[in-house]
Design a protein around this ligand. Sequence first.
Ligand code: HAM
Length: 429
Amino acid sequence: MSKTLQAIRGMNDILPAQTPAWRYLESTFATLLDGYGYSEIRLPIVEYTELFARGIGEGTDVVDKEMYTFLDRNEESLTLRPEGTAGCVRAVLEHGLNGAGQVQKLWYTGPMFRYEKPQKGRYRQFHQIGVEVFNLNGPDIDAELIALTARLWQQLGLRDAVTLQLNSLGSSEARGRYREALVDYLQARFEQLDEDSQRRLDTNPLRILDSKNAQTQALLVDAPMLADYLDKESQAHFDGLRARLDALGIAYQINPKLVRGLDYYGRTVFEWVTDKLGAQGTVCAGGRYDGLVSQFGGKPTPAVGFAMGIERLVLLLETLELLPPQPQGQADLYFCTFGEPAELAALRLSETLREALPGTRLWLNNGAGSFKSQFKKADKSGARFALVLGEDELARGVVACKPLRGQGEQQTLALDDLAGQLAALLNEI
Ligand code: HAM
């Protein structure tokens, strides 16, 4: 017997019962971004591997351990995108969207792929909604991005469920000086570091700061602090951002150990975290990456952005029971037909009604069936009215309209102006 086919571990089907929550989240976000003046960009899911290796950085977990990389038939190394920023920067550059200092405020959504160990809130195919802004270098745009996410939490009812963590990574020179000091400090204590941190000391020492290992964390208590190495401009930028968040009344915690797992960040980094989802509590994360465009060969172009994990937000909304009831999958009218001539007439009538009453959810019975079985389906559809067309009605040029939710008596509706009569009935509360 052949083995039952299954989806790949960590890659989930999003079933009809779950899609309304996704649509709710995506449409809330799209409307919000529209209001702030952001435009959608759609990007390929597969890119040349080099894009991510150069953009996200060798030595990061994402590039070293988590990418889905393969050779195509032309022996080119391609990778399923593990995130959206690198591809967005590539597209902006490729199409000259950042030319002449032009400001771009972009957003995207779609699947991302990382070979991580699957657990609640962490998957191998997951979905992000991301925002990237180009050619604005002041702290005002960092504040706008954070304000926009705060407004989303407000709209979703999540305001009290998430907190904002903030840090500044400074300029690359400042980070370089800090890296040296940190490596010196940790090198002298090498034997006491956990294995992962020992490896990172060479490849990505700043990531040691957010190690989960208790002994490593204890060692870090007296380690040099990034905040003490900040350059003047980055400090002023950070102060500017804080002043704006204060003015907006957006609370934050400064987390000096927040360094993020992707190499392109400098200056502002932030994460929105919740304690309601267990270990995978970061629902939205981002920061400034002023160096990435020039690293890809473009003109220096300041940039800042963030991405949020849709699965985690849906989980959070489910956990807190904040999903509004969704009308999707419910009918307004259910059309029952008896006998082939009536079925044909109802088929035509249904299309006429759909034309005349756009937005009305009209379900035509499929597969014939007895009176009882059709009415059972009509009831299950959630429709307010069943329309009935049989031989008798057809001969009289009428349709019977039976209320299914206890609103009044059955009525006989003449075929001429059926749409008008139904519209009136549907508009009655
Ligand atoms: P990131 O922190 O790697 O940043 O991912 C952003 C968000 O995606 C996370 O906070 C989390 O909600 C979600 N996420 C990440 N990995 C997984 C996973 N395996 N399963 C479920 N959800 C996940 C970025 O990707 C940057 N590109 C964000 C950015 C945009 N920075 C600047 N612009």
